[in-house]
Design a binder for this molecule. Sequence first.
Ligand code: LMR
Length: 420
Amino acid sequence: MSVNVFESLVRLPPDALFDLKRRYTADKRDNKVDLGIGAYRDDNGKPWVLPCVAAAEKMIHEDPDFNHEYLGIAGLNSLTTAAAKVLLGSDSEALTEERVVSVQTLSGTGALHTAARLILAARPDAVVYVPDPTWGNHFPIFNTQGLKTETYPYWDKSTKSLNMKGLLATILQSPEGSVFLLHTCAHNPTGMDPTRAEWEQIIQALADRGHMVLFDTAYQGFASGDLDNDAFSLRFGVSKLASKAPVLVCQSFAKNVGMYGERVGVFHVVMPRADTPKTTASSKATLTSQLNRITRSECSNPPAYGAKIVSEILNTPELTEQWKSDMVTMSTRIKKMRHMLRDKLLALRTPGNWDHIVEQCGMFSYTGLSKEMVEKLEKEHAVYMVSSGRASIAGINENNIDHVASAIHSVVSTFCASKL
Ligand code: LMR
């Protein structure tokens, strides 16, 4: 008789986002539109291989020394070093003073996972505060490690804007030394970022309370088209916070380089300034040894191919310039689609105010559509978006925008009429 040792396990529901992708792929309707997973599409609704990536790949393959050998445990040094400069700016004090430890990870998710393991090793009772709402995967990443998560208010549903009052109150009320996760830019799912003045207030409040900050940086350059502009919160945060406590940064190259499946990411720790450079060096060595243990036990060493492409882009001036222009191409097209969608809904006289679509930035719009409306959109109009009402604006183009706008108009009008 066989014994099912896994009998006690319960079946879990499918991942909401990837199940949406599956339903979209299986849909046979010609007019289907995918506004689900956050991945850039060009004006023909197709995935886009960035010209900087195509050029970098060519250069890599033409290199006579190209091979598929293992990387070191901490990953490709030319990638992690250049990635830190992209994040912090090449004039960063933390870099000049050699206070940054960087290790390659499996994209941004891997960086968050590494952060979770590190926090757990140092402070098993730490509570990680994430915004409400946040990227759905934040909870399982921390919780499966045994770390407790709480939320801080972020989105005011009634005004479709940032809930600064609630956010600041939670920073003040939470136990000193809590971990606060901030989305560096292009907040996922709301697309609503604090203004610079609001960031300054948030960071000051975090510094005053002695909290530790983890910046989740998945969209640098993707929100505004400018790497420096999109790094404002992070750089200001590092300048204010890293004198007292380490600042953690998770960096993904999935979106801004358009290499979703290659899983290129970096986890950085900016260490506080110590009394002597020798103490800093010793703390860095300890931290590196811990991070290497985490990586070695989980994937031995990170994947090389995508890392080589991104490294080539960041270390070849012409390719870096091409990359910057590619990010402008993506962010400009998305902004254009935001304006077109808002204008079409206004022209159709769709009930409600739609200005938030153009006030938000990055890949997503938190449309304000209810779960029931989203279900109807999928069922009756083949327009797919996340049940929270999050729409990936990158999925809209000039060929499908009329269908998207009239589908939203029809659904919203029906629900409004039923309430009369
Ligand atoms: C998204 O939020 O759609 C992306 O970040 C994809 C993912 O892995 O969830």
